[in-house]
Design a binder for this molecule. Structure first.
Ligand SMILES: Nc1ncnc2c1ncn2[C@@H]1O[C@H](COP(=O)(O)OP(=O)(O)O)[C@@H](O)[C@H]1O
Ligand SMILES: [Mg+2]
Length: 259
């Protein structure tokens, strides 16, 4: 499904953010990527849809080569890859439903979306996506009037209407409290299971990753240092990934620990 072969990324200025990454992710897998800040997690995620160009190696998504792909190929690739952000990236002054419909932009002719001529089918899909994340009653509310957790759900719905085969989430819960973080992670896990969307999530908290299961990939200084079932992780694994023992900062904690 997604294959990294000897992938390295060196940014202008010389920082080597990924070093010879080799990894194969099967269709429908739920993969959590952890590592210290600066380990290369965002770079890895963004290399999948060409937002960050790989300096060498090969990345294929369902057989399509991403490295050195043409602009048209990249556009086509991105239409099938949903992306979710730490800061939600919603248009705050417009309604929830309009934000979700923006996810259809890659699926309809540009003239139609420019004129706001969404078809009944597009609207239906947008409502279904909102239903899937449990906020269909918020469709006509301004995005800025929602809580953080609700805004992230709009972000997930916007990605879903793309009908993606791959979902990339870069620290999707970093701006949320522990309770809401768990809800959003549980939405992503449920959607992964219900729709079989291959899901890659960058996460800071190891305990949160362990609650939802799946495959864990550990990056350290741009290198893959762990790849296995998240339930196999122990203190030793943590040392390997983080280069130090676990601290409170690495855990999202119990639901009531922040009160
Ligand atoms: N646009 C960029 N230009 C130059 N260096 C960058 C850029 N983005 C990230 N880096 C560097 O690449 C390394 C990996 O960054 P990143 O992928 O953002 O890690 P993470 O998401 O794990 O925090 C870091 O040293 C970071 O400073
Ligand atoms: Mg990052």
């Amino acid at each position: 499904m997604i294959r990294f072969k000897n992938v390295s990324v060196t940014y202008r200025g010389g920082v080597q953010a990924l070093r010879n990454l080799n990894l194969t992710i099967d269709k429908g897998e739920f993969v959590v990527i952890v590592g210290l800040s600066g380990a290369g997690k965002s770079t890895m995620l963004r290399s999948v849809n060409g937002l960050v160009p790989a300096s060498s190696g090969s990345i294929t998504v369902e057989g399509t080569e991403v490295v050195n792909a043409s602009a048209a190929e990249i556009r086509n690739l991105r239409s099938g890859i949903g992306m979710i952000f730490q800061t939600f990236n919603l248009v705050n002054r417009t309604s929830v439903i309009n934000n979700v419909l923006m996810g259809r932009l890659g699926r309809v002719p540009a003239w139609r979306s420019t004129l706001g001529l969404w078809s009944a089918d597009d609207r239906e899909r947008a409502m279904q996506a909102l239903e899937r994340v449990g906020i269909v009653e918020k469709a006509w509310v301004r995005a800025s009037n929602l809580s953080g957790g609700q805004q992230q759900r709009v972000g997930i719905a916007r990605a879903l209407v793309q009908e993606p085969s791959v979902m990339l989430a870069d620290e999707p819960v970093a701006s949320l409290d522990p309770v809401t973080s768990r809800q959003v992670m549980s939405d992503l896990r449920r959607i992964n299971r219900e729709l079989g969307i291959t899901t890659l999530i960058n996460l800071h908290y190891l305990d949160l990753a362990q609650e939802f299961g799946g495959r864990l990939v550990g990056l350290r200084n741009g290198e893959l240092v762990f790849d296995g079932d998240v339930r196999e992780v122990d203190d030793q694994t943590f040392m390997e990934i983080y280069g130090r023992a676990i601290t409170d900062q690495d855990l999202v904690g119990e639901a009531d620990s922040s009160i």
